[in-house]
Design a protein around this ligand. Structure first.
Ligand code: OOB
Length: 544
């Protein structure tokens, strides 16, 4: 049994195979190849630990064999929530080897998000950390167990009981002979990516071995990765950018080394760069700003750094120009999405393209449509909505037929909700978005999700979440609230959201109380007007 998902039409699949984008191998081939060619080379540096390719392979096989001995395998799913530690990749490869499809939740996710994912995938396995607030007691685990009628295997980091200790399961193979096992077929779902979302519930993106592997191989080539590459992973390891663009998987594919950082905090990252001679890093724009401020006092630490990739949110041209000047390395802009399509500026592109565009697609078969208000394609240089399909762009969110009907057209093009324009050279510039989302320093917040949680408060009659500009994060969120209770306080609403277990980054940064939410001619909340009103109310000087 395989995990269900929306497949590519036969003739496109045949085309992707004939062009050798899809090579019909599982993602585990990445590790297999390195185990054979350079077993002793370092694959991961995590704190004081260095794991060779051989160790990464052995430890992930131990865990895979134990999971299989426990009766888990193809068709099963896992809910995984780990911080940036070697265990993330050990578990990732173990699950691929055993054919179990994980959702890699962000470490910042809390009860609300984790429950939403569990409801959708009905996991047979949970891998998490006792250090996370959700797993300090048995309460949440108990509620997941109940959902699964007790059929949930639980493995935790920093767990005393060997029966559920992740380290214990990783350290050695099971006694006796494990039954035969292997990854799911390459055309099937390997794991789920998380959507930034614009709807009430966080959506999941099924990614197959074939499509993901292609994006990894092609990205590694575009970014010129070699066995000498040392990549600093400072963004959440499961995110599509640091995982596959080209990310850790691209680095493993090339035989290089991933140096893990817990987060992008500049001084700690600079020290890792110096100590481990890091050659390449990937950051969101808000983190680049912090690096730019801190770098002048630490130029020596950055000597080995050759390439900084920046993506995930709008990166102002003025900041882009500062990267080579202040950090002393090349800049690469990356405009990608967990749903598939990734654009890169190329390493040999003229500076002007690198500073002023967000790159061009990975694949000659990434089809791009940019459509105007009337649904017709717009000429180059004009702004429109981005629609795409291709060899590594998904064809539908997991179990979400209604939402899929909204974001795909009849030809299978996915509308990402971004407003872009294409230059004469075929490069994309991201100029805005139509999706109802706040991009808070690269962390995406679906307005509707927070609004529906706010509406659960008895004093909230109407709620609208909108973006306000922020000098540090690019955007922050402001909740506009209509209430009959004139004494209602922001603190009470924040507490309400926290009690619902929503991730901290989704808590509104600001609250604004109003008599009514303005409506458009169609009777929908007029967010454009709200954004303009709020921009006047919170001038940048006040948002500090
Ligand atoms: C990356 O993936 P997601 O899924 O977290 O977010 C995708 C959305 C895009 O639709 C766009 O709205 C925004 O993030 N975005 C950018 C951008 N890169 C992503 N907006 C402006 N400029 C950029 N360079 O964020 C992601 C996935 C793979 C690689 C890089 C980023």
């Amino acid at each position: 049994m395989n995990v269900e998902f929306q497949r590519w039409p036969e003739e496109l699949a045949a085309h992707y195979r004939s062009c050798a984008y899809w090579i019909d191998q599982p993602l585990t081939r990445i590790l297999d190849q390195q185990r054979q060619t350079r077993p002793a080379a370092p694959a991961i540096v995590c704190g004081e630990r260095t794991l060779s390719y051989d160790a990464l392979d052995r430890l992930s096989s131990n865990l895979a064999a134990r999971l299989v001995a426990k009766g888990l395998g193809p068709g099963d799913t896992a809910l995984v929530q780990l911080p940036n530690l070697a265990e993330f990749y050990i578990a990732f490869f173990a699950l691929l080897k055993a054919g179990i499809a994980p959702v890699n939740a962000l470490y910042s996710h809390r009860r609300h998000e984790m429950t939403a994912y569990a409801r959708q995938i009905e996991p047979k396995l949970l891998i998490a950390s006792r250090q996370h607030e959700l797993f300090r007691t048995e309460d949440f685990i108990g509620s997941l167990q109940e959902m699964q009628d007790g059929a949930l295997t639980v493995l935790l980091m920093d767990e005393a009981d060997p029966a559920s200790s992740l380290s214990h399961w990783i350290e050695s193979a099971p006694e006796g002979v494990a039954p035969d096992y292997g990854p799911t077929p390459p055309g099937e779902v390997a794991f789920f990516q998380l959507s930034g979302g614009s709807t009430g519930t966080p959506k999941l993106i099924p990614r197959t071995h074939n499509d993901y592997d292609y994006s990894v191989r092609a990205s590694a080539e575009i970014c010129d990765l070699t066995p000498e590459t040392r990549f600093l992973c400072a963004l959440p390891a499961g995110h599509n950018f640091p995982l596959s663009s080209p990310g850790a998987l691209g680095v493993f594919h090339a035989g290089g080394c991933v140096v893990l950082a817990p987060n992008p905090e500049p001084l700690a990252c600079f020290e890792l760069i110096r100590k481990h001679k890091v050659t390449m890093a990937g950051l969101v724009p808000s983190a680049v700003n912090l690096w730019l401020q801190a770098a002048p006092d630490h130029r020596n630490a950055l000597e080995s750094l050759k390439l900084l990739q920046v993506g995930g949110a709008h990166f102002p041209e003025s900041h882009a120009r500062l990267v080579p000047q202040i950090l002393g390395c090349k800049l690469q802009q990356v405009f990608g999405m967990a749903e598939g399509l990734v654009n890169y500026t190329r390493l040999d592109d003229p500076d002007e393209l690198v500073f002023t565009t967000q790159g061009r697609p990975i694949s000659p078969d990434d089809e791009i449509k940019i459509v105007g208000e009337d649904g017709q394609p717009v000429p180059d240089g004009e702004t429109g909505r981005l629609a795409t399909r291709g060899p590594y762009t998904f064809r539908g969110y997991f179990r979400s037929p209604e939402h899929n009907a909204d974001v795909f057209d009849e030809d299978g093009f996915y509308y990402s909700g971004d407003l872009v324009c294409r230059t004469g050279e075929g490069y994309l510039r991201v100029v805005g978005r139509v999706k109802d989302q706040i991009n808070r320093g690269g962390e995406k917040i679906a307005a509707e999700e927070v609004e529906s949680l706010l509406l659960l408060h008895p004093d909230v009659r109407e709620a609208a979440l909108v973006a306000i500009q922020d000098p540090a994060l690019g955007e922050k969120s402001c909740a506009v609230i209509v209430s009959d209770n004139s004494c209602i306080k922001p603190l009470a609403l924040r507490r309400h959201l926290m009690s619902l277990g929503v991730a901290d980054y989704k808590l509104p940064d600001r609250f604004s109380f109003a008599d009514a939410i303005p409506l458009t001619a169609f009777g929908k909340p007029d967010k454009k007007k709200l954004r303009m009103d709020l921009a006047q109310k919170f001038t940048p000087a006040l948002t500090q």
